[in-house]
Write a protein of this length. Structure first.
Length: 94
């Protein structure tokens, strides 16, 4: 389970909770047992990566030059920008 926690100083922390219920006594009492992990740095890194990917996608989409991503092992085209489709005569489906 992913959680967000705002600290008293206003800082927002992102946490991941992994827990399970366990029976603690023969009387039938139950409790939660688990771990809580601070994943704030990973969340911020993902957000930064997503923002940069959006910027590069916009640049590629608006570029007037053809841009293509090619798998160097197979030689297959993986992605084209619209200028590449136009210049090479392909459609996105092809």
């Amino acid at each position: 389970m992913n959680l967000r926690l705002r600290l008293s100083n206003g800082t927002l922390k992102h946490l991941t909770l992994h827990a399970e219920t366990v029976q603690t006594a023969p009387s039938g009492a139950w409790c939660w047992q688990g771990t809580l992990q601070d994943v704030t740095e990973q969340v911020h890194a993902r957000q930064t990566l997503d923002e940069r990917n959006a910027i590069f996608a916009t640049i590629a989409e608006q570029a007037t030059d053809a841009i293509a991503l090619v798998d160097t092992e197979t030689g297959r085209f993986l992605e084209f920008n619209p200028a590449a489709w136009r210049d090479l005569g392909y459609t996105p489906e092809e």
